[in-house]
Design a binder for this molecule. Structure first.
Ligand SMILES: [Zn+2]
Ligand SMILES: [Zn+2]
Ligand SMILES: [Zn+2]
Length: 176
């Protein structure tokens, strides 16, 4: 592939701008035809660039539907053909529809999960009680859990009573 050069002066194409930096003319008619004008500084930016080579402004917009980048001067997404005009409103309307459908589906899924979960719990309870009678380790696990919860509650309340909330109950000694 031949190195692209300016069609006017033959200078090497730096790949950045539409206009030749030496002769200030369009490097090629194709580049000029597809040039994207920078929305900020109006420099002609090359097709396929995402930012203006002169001022760094974004010259592409992201499609709200598919996320593809299209030059800002296009009227529709290059990837999914969705027109940019009113795209956000359309997206919101569709999202609400989809969410409604998903909510319906989720309700069904959760119902199924709930049913199987209950089934699993019932099975686990049966299994536990089985081991509870047959094996000392399992029963100690169960009682440990219970004790742990009770102890936590007691130590929590005791700690706050005796100065744990020193900042809040500064007058804790008043009662004595
Ligand atoms: Zn040139
Ligand atoms: Zn610019
Ligand atoms: Zn798109």
């Amino acid at each position: 592939m031949a190195t692209p050069t300016c069609s006017s002066c033959g200078a090497p194409d730096d790949g950045e701008f539409v206009n030749c930096k030496f002769c200030q003319k369009a490097i090629s008619a194709e580049l000029l035809a597809s040039a994207i004008p920078c929305p900020r500084c109006r420099a002609a930016c090359r097709w396929g660039k995402q930012k203006c080579g002169a001022c760094g402004s974004w010259i592409v917009v992201s499609c709200v539907f598919c996320g593809a980048l299209s030059p800002h001067n296009q009227s529709a997404c290059l990837a999914c053909q969705e027109p940019f005009q009113g795209a956000i409103e359309r997206k919101q309307a569709r999202t609400q529809q989809v969410q409604h459908q998903q909510n319906m589906q989720t309700a069904g899924v959760v119902g199924n999960i709930g049913a199987s979960f209950l089934g699993a719990v019932a099975g686990a309870a049966l299994t536990n009680s089985f081991y509870h009678h047959g094996d000392g380790d399992s029963s100690s696990w169960t009682s440990e859990t219970d004790d742990f919860v009770v102890n936590t509650n007691e130590s929590d309340s005791g700690g706050s009573d005796w100065g744990g909330d020193s900042g809040d109950s500064g007058g804790g000694w008043d009662e004595g």
